[in-house]
Design a protein around this ligand. Structure first.
Ligand SMILES: Nc1nc2c(ncn2[C@@H]2O[C@H](COP(=O)(O)OP(=O)(O)OP(=O)(O)O)[C@@H](O)[C@H]2O)c(=O)[nH]1
Ligand SMILES: [Mg+2]
Length: 194
């Protein structure tokens, strides 16, 4: 897809502040520091649009980016960050669950896992949530540039088995390997909605 414009649109920190909108949304979800913001930036070819950091828990609000004036990329705050307070974690749960449960224009959720680790119980819980709410999802296994070819293959097999799906796309924000397949899924989800 040719990107003609990509800009930060708004951030929501409470369910009430999630704005009313009609355009289709693609949400990116995964544990803290897995590479959600990097995936967004590298898919769009815009460095620094979604803020990335080597410190986990960087993205604490739901951030909406308007692409080509026609659809949104939604950067969700990461889960599983151990150092976060219990209150914050509960707030996170409410915010994300409301978004997933109620957002009619959410056409695809990209569930991101780390290629170097087996998908965690929290990743699986997130997958169940998506299934429970009937949200189409695509699993992306990122940071594959950190693995040898042999390790990449093993990691892919494990992710498919643990997540119990044939559709796991290996990705790297460094080499952009896998970008074409992710864009294809995004295009298809937007097209089915329109
Ligand atoms: N080598 C490599 N590093 C990556 C890749 N994707 C992300 N990173 C690095 O991983 C760290 C975390 O990336 P972010 O994109 O900020 O992760 P996030 O999931 O948005 O993190 P939070 O917003 O804190 O939940 C950064 O240091 C990135 O540079 C990748 O594909 N390859
Ligand atoms: Mg982030």
């Amino acid at each position: 897809m040719r990107i003609t414009s990509a800009k930060f649109s708004f951030a929501a920190t409470t369910p009430a502040s999630i704005p009313k909108e009609r355009r289709p949304e693609i949400a990116f979800i995964g544990r803290s520091n897995v590479g959600k913001s990097s995936l967004i930036n590298s898919l769009l070819g815009v460095r620094g649009l979604a803020r990335t950091s080597s410190t986990p828990g960087r993205t604490q609000s739901i951030n909406f980016f308007l692409i080509n004036e026609s659809f949104f990329f939604v950067d969700l705050p990461g889960y599983g960050y151990a150092k976060i307070s219990k209150d914050k974690r509960q707030e996170w749960g409410k915010l994300i669950e409301r978004y997933l449960a109620e957002r009619e224009q959410l056409v695809l959720c990209i569930l991101i896992v780390d290629a170097r680790h087996e998908p965690s119980p929290l990743d699986l819980q997130m997958k169940s949530w998506l299934q429970h709410y009937g949200i189409p999802y695509l699993a992306v296994s990122t940071k594959v540039d950190k693995l040898s070819k042999n390790e990449q293959h093993k990691s892919w097999l494990t992710a498919r088995k643990v997540l119990d799906t044939d559709a796991v796309i290996p990705y790297s924000a460094v080499t952009k390997e896998g970008a074409g397949k992710i864009w294809e899924a995004i295009r298809n989800s937007i097209a089915t909605k329109q």
